[in-house]
Design a protein. Structure first.
Length: 567
């Protein structure tokens, strides 16, 4: 919503009529979506992993047995179960099982530091943890862990019925407002905070993806995201929304040649990945079957669109964890601006100023999200929840808005159509020598150079200890740091020209596929000669001018301006 959409009756100062009672709309829940996938074709391949195939019937049976073990231990709606399993058949089976009980799954990356993992387990209040033998020894011993590949455990599970779990078997009634999963994100206090996401928006996201991406039961989708990244939920729905096959990348595959080989050999048709992961691939590879590419999690550059959009559909998906993975989707082409599109079903988007008033089309503001996709809030953090999830002043039903912290603006995109342009984080500005700088503006200038595949500009400590701008660039062999610096000098103010350009052969990625800032090489700062500005010759110094004379003051400014150079 922008100011263009508001009539006087919709402003905050208007009197709202008394809301009418409506019947609760039935929302398909996650376990129902999984059951529907099995019903499409039980004999179809649900998972491919490292040469192994698992059918929907097999996945359903194994997860039902595990679910019954959990239910026997009292696990049900409003409970949380930790899953600390690397990307694999077992990690997917564990997720299915927890969903069938009605409990929420809490993914815990086995590679997390022990203190971080322990905080997540204690804060979330999980009762049981699911893992595998290869990583069990490194997990906090304060929790009861079930090793799903343990022979004794497998024998115990095999004794239980394998037919689908009925809702009557759960320890309580599962509703849309119950948590489906809890994802931990970085917190400003230094401790990760748990985002409690309910079932309310999952079915909408599933239906939106099927329609927008053209998914069918014949599709072959990719599971590349870390289970601790909420994009893994998106990937789950990509496959199981239509009963298609999900190909799981090994946990030691982060990008590059191994990733390209997987896409080719497994004939992937639909793939979600971060721009950094996509940038690790060569668009000239043999990706004939790759019909749909979806990027998200980071800002997408025009260079990526230029390289990957021709010959396939290319989408840019946007959404904080707090909005059930995706809040908006844009289909991008080579000739279109890079935007994050418009709202997905069940979502409302508002661009507001600091007073929570809509701004006009073309004007920058902060993005707020409404609708059924909103998370319940942050686990055990009521003050933080209240600050981020605020009352919606434009609704009559007491709904909330989520404050994203992202700066956007509506731009026109065709006849009577608008799309959101992402301008950066509201707090992404840095201050260099007193100048406030938007890093995304520098990235956009460098990304416009033909041959640039990836760019990220960051503040780094310079030779004097003061912050300095450093651009990390992956580009073709015809480009070097000097050429990019020359281009930057011609397009940016002096204070925005990076002090160093670092050329990358490979893009370091975190386990969730985002840029690993800590793994970037240290920059080398070159010293440059300094030329003093020319001084005004004494012969041209003005005689004593009466400062009360406007004409003399003007003359002095004119003389000075002829000698003071541009900074």
């Amino acid at each position: 919503m922008s100011a263009d959409d508001l009539t006087p009756a919709k402003t905050r100062g208007s009197r709202k009529p008394r809301p009418t009672r409506t019947r609760r709309v039935r929302v398909p829940l996650l376990p129902q979506l999984l059951a529907a996938a099995v019903d499409i074709d039980p004999g179809a391949v649900a998972i491919r992993f490292d040469g192994r195939s698992v059918t929907y019937a097999e996945l359903d049976a194994a997860s039902s047995q595990l679910a019954r073990l959990l239910i026997a231990h009292g696990v049900g709606p409003e409970d949380r179960v930790a899953i600390s399993i690397p990307r694999s058949v077992e990690s997917v089976c564990a997720l299915w099982a927890v969903a069938k009980t009605g409990a929420a799954f809490v993914p815990v990356d086995p590679n997390y530091p022990a203190d971080r993992a322990l905080h997540m387990l204690v804060d979330s209040g999980v009762s049981i943890g699911l893992t595998v033998g290869a990583v069990a020894d490194g997990l906090p011993a304060s929790l009861q862990w079930w090793e799903l590949d343990n022979a004794e455990f497998l024998a115990k599970a095999a004794e239980l019925p394998a037919e689908p779990v009925s809702y009557t078997e759960r320890v309580g009634t599962l509703r849309a407002e119950h948590p489906a999963y809890v994802i931990y994100t970085s917190g400003s206090t230094g401790r990760p905070k748990g985002v409690v996401v309910t079932h309310g928006g999952i079915a909408n996201l599933c239906a939106e993806q099927i329609e927008r991406y053209g998914l069918t039961s014949a599709s072959r989708t990719l599971h590349f995201a870390s289970p601790s990244f909420d994009a893994s939920v998106l990937e789950l729905l990509l496959a199981f929304g239509t009963g298609s096959t999900m190909v799981i990348a090994r946990p030691d595959v982060y990008g590059g040649d191994e990733f390209a080989e997987l896409l080719t050999e497994e004939k992937i048709t639909h793939a979600f990945m971060t721009p950094a992961a996509l940038g690790s691939l060569s668009a000239e590879g043999d990706f004939d079957t790759l019909d749909v590419v979806v990027v998200g999690g980071e800002a997408c550059s025009p260079a990526l669109v230029t390289q990957w959009a021709p010959g396939r559909k290319f989408f840019n998906a946007y959404g904080p964890t707090e909005t059930t993975v995706v809040a908006s989707i844009a289909e991008l082409t080579v000739d279109s601006p890079v935007t994050i599109g418009g709202p997905v079903r069940g979502v409302g988007l508002y661009v507001l100023d600091s007073r929570l008033q809509p701004v006009a089309t073309g004007t920058a503001g902060e993005l707020y999200v409404s609708g059924t996709h909103l998370a319940r809030g942050y686990n055990q953090l009521p003050a933080t929840t209240a600050a981020s999830f605020v009352a919606n002043p434009f609704a009559d039903t007491g709904e909330r808005l989520y404050r994203t912290g992202d700066t956007v603006r509506w731009i026109k995109a065709g006849d009577d159509q608008r799309s959101l342009e992402y301008l950066g984080r509201g707090d992404s500005q840095v201050k260099i020598r007193g100048f406030r700088i938007e890093l995304g503006e520098i990235d956009a200038v460098l990304a416009s150079v033909p041959g640039v595949e990836f760019v990220a500009t960051l503040p780094r400590s310079g030779p004097t200890g003061e912050p300095a701008l450093v651009s990390y660039v992956k580009a073709g062999n015809t480009l070097d740091a000097e050429a990019l610096t020359v281009h930057a000098r011609g397009a940016l103010p002096r204070h925005m020209v990076p002090a160093a350009m670092v050329m990358l052969e490979d893009i370091p990625l975190t386990p969730v596929g985002k840029l690993d800032v800590d793994a970037l090489p240290a920059p080398t700062f070159e010293s440059r000669s300094y030329q003093r500005r020319p001084r005004l010759p004494r012969s041209l110094w003005p005689t004593r001018l009466p400062i009360s004379s406007a004409s003399n003051r003007s003359a002095l400014r004119m003389i000075s301006s002829n000698w003071v150079g541009t900074p």
